[in-house]
Every structure is written in C-alpha cells, then in structure tokens.
Design a protein around this ligand. Structure first.
Ligand code: 9MR
Length: 364
C-alpha cells in the first residue's frame, strides 16, 4: 500500500501550492455541450467569502482516484475544494472487516490528505444498513452482543480520527421514506436505541466532533423530513448528543424540490446546524444543451437554499467529476450528475454553484 505522501507525489502536487486549472474551461472535444464561464474565484473560496465553512467533495479511494494525477491536481486546489468525505473508505466493511479487527489503511489516506492540505474532514459513516461486513449481517445477535459491537465500532473509528474530524455521520439513513424506522439488523435487534447508543459513544470518543444523522429525502417538506425532525426533538429531550443533520441531496435535473428553504429553516429552528452532504443532480442521457442549462439552474437552487439559511455550514458534492460518479451504475440511463464532466471540463453547473455562493440572482 502506498503512503499518502507517495500518492501525493504521484499527483505531482505539494500542499497548498497547487496552481489552479486553466481559468476558462473549454467545451469538451467530444461534444458541443456548453461549459462554465465563471473564472475569478474557486468554489471553496466563494463558499468562504459567503460565510460558509467549505465547499468540498466525496473522494473514493477504493477507486483509482488518488492515483489519477489529473483528478488529484484539480481536487487538491484549496481554491476549489476545502473539504473531503470518504465515499467508502471509512465504512464498516472496509474499516472493521472482522469483529474488533480494524483496518484504517484507506481511512488514514483520507484523513492524512485532510491534515496535509488543511481540508475539513467529514467522517462517513458510523452505523448504516449498507456496506456491512458479513459478520454483522449474518450473526444471530442478541441485544447485548450487538450493542457491544456497535459501541466497539463507533468508538474504534471515532477515536482513531479524534481531533481531526469536523463532523461524523454517526448514523446514516435510519428512516424509510414513509417516516418509519428502517428495519435493518440494528433496528430489528435494538430498536431505535441503537441511534442514541451510537451518538453517545461517538461523543465520548471525540467530544469535539459534530455529531450528525445523515439521510436522503429529508431535504424537502414531507413525511420523512417531519419524522427526522421528530427524531431530533426526541433525542434532544433525552439529552442525547446531536449537533447536525446531513441533507444528502441526490437530485434529478428538472426535479429539484421547491421547499428546500422552508424545510432547512425548520431544522435551524431546532437549534441544529446542517450541511448539504452528498449533492449530485443526475440527468437522463444523452445530455443536451438544455439539460446542461437546467442542471445549472438546479445546482444554483440547492446552493442558494444553503445560502438562505445560516445554519447550513457547507456543501459537499458526491464526487465532482462525472468520471467517477456512482450514478451511471446505480441509475442506468442516467449520469452527468457532477459539476465537472468526465473530461474534467467545468460544466454550466459549476457556474450555478458559483453564482449562488456569490449571492447573485441566476436570472439577472
Ligand atoms: O458512493 C458510494 C458507492 O461507491 C457505494 O457503492 C454505495 C453503496 O451503497 O455507497 C455510495 O455512497 C452512498 C453514501 O455512503 C450514503 N448515501 C448514498 C450514497 C450513494 O449510494
């Protein structure tokens, strides 16, 4: 396994001295689709100027991203990105593949990059129904045994990165779309108590990390968002530590919800911070000039909603280039969900983000 430093050397960059990519992107040679024109400040610079903590991206070092020099030369430009979330590296199946046996190799690559480049680190994630090792899903648990396993896992990962993580998605996707609890190994064995157990364990392991619950379809007014607010209210009443909510924001071009601001204000009223944690906006392929322009509008709408509510601390895209996006394999026929295309050209979506952080009206 290469050290993080070796990987950075491969990418031919050094901390905080990365030169920006050419200011004006040109259209991809493979298409006549439009590209971005915003060229003064990078997106992370704009986020900071707007009073937000970061603009960042998920990075998947289970894919060959870290060894892709073009990817790294753009990603390690703090002007553009100031935050990192491991797309997979800190998930249970990678980080505790056997009971009590932790493998921090991939997670450390991400955390070391964050330290070396002064990027905000979001830990992702503690307890989730997916990407679990088989020993978690196939054991016939009793409550005591699984509670111990949850505590050992959360303590193991949170203490490993204590002092380095800004926020942890301690609990990921605990709710169904109808607002009921997701029935997974944790809920089926422990009921909703696994949520408070995980949060309390995380707080003890790193008192300074912001503790989040992260989910999708809670970004807009509706049954699931109401259920999440009820869960937060209950945790607060029970004195369980909870600091923030992650709004995943996996959207579809032309179908971005219209109640983002109203919904975000409801979370702010609970005294929490929140973040856009996994933004991407997919479109039906092939892309057209019109779908690119709609995507620009849609990225603007989401980032502008974050701008309207001060409790929104930052925006993370779920990878920034279509080259490594998870969308095509999960949604056949859809893609082009990221602000940079697969050839690393900035799309109009990039301008939508920039205009929102600048506080401009996109139609002006
Ligand atoms: O990007 C992740 C992808 O590589 C994995 O195959 C997938 C497994 O479900 O998880 C993806 O990330 C998910 C994130 O951890 C939680 N919210 C939904 C994301 C997309 O599935």
């Amino acid at each position: 396994m290469q050290s993080a430093l070796a990987l950075f050397a491969l990418a031919a960059v050094s901390p905080l001295s990365v030169s920006a990519v050419p200011a004006t992107a040109t259209a991809s040679s493979s298409s006549a689709l439009p590209s971005a024109t915003s060229n003064v400040l990078g997106l992370n610079e704009l986020a900071h100027a707007a009073g937000k903590n970061y603009f960042g991206s998920a990075v998947d070092n289970t894919l060959p991203e870290f060894t892709d020099p073009t990817y790294m030369s753009i990603y390690l430009n703090w002007d553009q990105f100031g935050q990192i979330t491991p797309a997979n590296a800190m998930k249970w199946m990678y980080i505790e593949p056997e009971p009590g046996v932790f493998n921090f190799t991939l997670g450390n690559q991400i955390a070391d990059l964050a330290s070396d480049y002064d990027y905000v680190l979001r830990g992702h994630n503690g307890v989730w129904y997916s990407e679990l090792p088989s020993w978690v899903t196939s054991t016939d648990w009793n409550a005591t045994g699984l509670a111990y396993a949850v505590q050992r896992h959360v303590n193991g990962i949170v203490s490993q990165y204590a002092g380095r993580v800004y926020a942890w998605d301690v609990v990921n996707e605990p709710l169904n779309d109808n607002g009921t609890y997701r029935e997974d190994v944790f809920y089926d064995t422990l009921g909703a108590s696994y949520i408070s157990l995980a949060l309390e364990t995380a707080r003890a392991a790193d008192p300074n990390a912001k503790l989040y619950i992260n989910d999708y379809n809670i970004e807009y007014v509706g049954t699931k968002s109401t259920a999440m607010q009820d869960l937060i209210t209950q945790l607060q009443a029970d004195d369980v530590p909870i600091d923030g909510v992650g709004m995943e924001s996996h959207f579809i071009v032309g179908e971005v919800p219209t109640t983002l601001v109203e919904n975000f204000q409801a979370y702010e009223a609970l005294g929490l911070e929140f973040a856009i944690t996994e933004l991407d906006i997919r479109m039906e392929l092939p892309a057209t000039e019109e779908s690119y322009e709609q995507q620009k509008q849609d990225y603007y709408t989401v980032v502008n909603a974050c701008m309207q509510v001060s409790a929104c601390v930052g925006v993370t895209v779920w990878d920034w280039t279509d080259k490594y996006s998870w969308i095509p394999s999960s949604f056949p026929g859809y893609g082009d969900a990221c602000p940079w295309d697969a050839d690393y050209q900035r799309k109009p979506a990039y301008d939508g983000i920039a205009i929102a952080f600048e506080g401009q009206n996109i139609t002006a």
